[in-house]
Design a protein around this ligand. Structure first.
Ligand code: NZQ
Ligand code: ZN
Length: 388
């Protein structure tokens, strides 16, 4: 049964090879000063920076440069970006990059005028914005997080060894996002597959919860099948437009709140992955890949029917002659083979996690209660050990 819900997504999307030109429709809606957010330099090397800059200039904008956003953007960088936005009184924040740039832009948008330390306010005290919010637009260059159409903004505090996401409301979500699948062609293979696993796991997080007959789960299965299919084409030919466009579109739908409507969700793989990330600064999708199988094997017995359904519907396994345990395990085996064929990192030790860190990572893991089993701290530690 679907629970009660409201659904509204305010982000306008422009998708396709020519989508950047729609900046000409969007930019005139905002004031003169634009904070241009980008990462460590990929957009300069592949020419996207120049194309965006040209459109900003032809639209008469004054550009405030805010480059150097790192993967897993930090609380310190957020404070700098908020100061920049405040001092220049910017009218629009335009993120050109992956999820890190989009997340950072949203965090800056609620921090510039908040009159408080943004890390403390939004990530420790989890308060909602009560100040002027600067509008955000995105030009996406990496498919994975879904940040282009959601309110999430994940920030890392290295001093406190915490990586925390705040999901903000409609008013913080991007006003528009431009999705050109060709922009993802220059992604290094490791980032491409990390993004693909991030997409897949976002769907799993929403699928592996609840036992009811729910439209959201059927949508989730279709999205999983699409991303599996396209991933196998994209690793052979990264410039296959059909595959890259399907991956990009699936990423958006995997985490724009649609498939979580009316049902409970898990999100423990992300809680584990974020805690690993807080200690290692590793690539987000890889942290998820490395903890997933130990986690799912741990909870499988508590959500057996969904794991059997996963094997049958997502991986096409004939479950008729199998016990539930055998069928569920076959589904996870199929998932493991697919993950290995993509070349995902399967162990947190390969991401820099050490035995000495395990207690810290355990205590940095936020325990949520929407999944099939609410884990104890001891069980969290065991999953992490099994992930080594
Ligand atoms: O920094 P540059 O030089 O641009 O390079 C980036 C970066 O090194 C590179 N890249 C991106 N587009 C490229 C490219 N290189 C070549 N060609 C291109 N077209 O890829 C690297 C990774 O980029 P990043 O933005 O860090 O990756 P991703 O999109 O995976 O974002 C990760 C962040 O998003 C958060 C993660 O925790 C992490 O902090 N998440 C946000 C979510 C949300 N808003 O809902 C949900 C997710 O679960 C996730 O937690
Ligand atoms: Zn994710």
């Amino acid at each position: 049964m679907l629970g009660n819900f409201s659904y509204h997504n305010p982000t306008k999307l422009y998708f396709g090879k020519d989508s950047l030109q729609y900046l000409n429709e969007e930019l005139p809606k905002y004031g003169k000063t634009v904070q241009l957010v980008y990462g460590g330099g990929s957009v300069r090397r592949n020419g996207i920076y120049d194309s965006v800059m040209q459109l900003l200039q032809s639209n008469g904008k004054t550009v405030v440069e805010d480059g150097g956003v790192m993967s897993n953007p930090t609380a310190d960088k957020l404070r700098e970006g908020a100061k920049l936005a405040r001092e220049h009184n910017v009218d629009l924040i335009l993120a050109v990059g992956g999820g890190s740039c989009c997340d950072y832009a949203k965090a800056v948008s609620v921090s510039a005028h908040c009159g408080d330390d943004p890390w403390e306010k939004y990530y420790i005290r989890f308060e909602e914005p009560d100040c002027r919010i600067i509008p955000v637009g995105c030009v996406l260059t990496m498919a994975g997080t879904g940040s282009e159409m959601n309110g999430g903004a994940v920030i890392t505090n290295h001093e406190q060894k915490l990586k925390i996401g705040h999901v903000f409301g409609d008013e913080v979500m991007p006003k528009f996002s431009i999705l050109n699948p060709e922009y993802t062609y220059t992604l290094p293979r490791r980032q491409m597959v990390a993004g693909i696993y991030d997409i897949f796991n976002h769907i799993c997080e929403q699928y592996f919860s609840g036992e009811d007959d729910n439209t959201s789960d059927y949508l989730a299965e279709a999205l999983m099948k699409s991303v599996i299919h396209s991933s196998l084409i994209a690793i052979e030919n990264p410039e296959d437009y059909e595959a890259r466009s399907n991956i990009m579109w699936t990423a958006t739908w995997a985490l724009n709140t649609l498939i979580s409507r009316g049902k409970t969700t898990d999100w423990m793989v992300h809680m584990l992955g974020q805690a690993v990330g807080a200690y290692t600064d590793a690539t987000h999708g890889m942290t998820l890949a490395a903890v997933s199988l130990p986690y799912y094997k741990k909870i499988m017995q508590y959500g057996m029917q969904k794991f059997v359904r996963f094997a049958r519907e997502v991986w096409g396994i004939d479950t008729n002659e199998l016990t539930d345990e055998e069928a569920a395990a076959a589904g996870l085996d199929a998932m493991e083979s697919w993950m290995k064929s993509l070349g995902l990192t399967m162990h947190i030790s390969e991401l820099g996690a050490t035995e000495e860190m395990l207690d810290g990572i355990t205590s940095a893991t936020i325990i949520l209660d929407g999944g099939y089993k609410v884990l104890t701290k001891e069980e969290i530690k065991q999953v992490l050990k099994d992930s080594m």
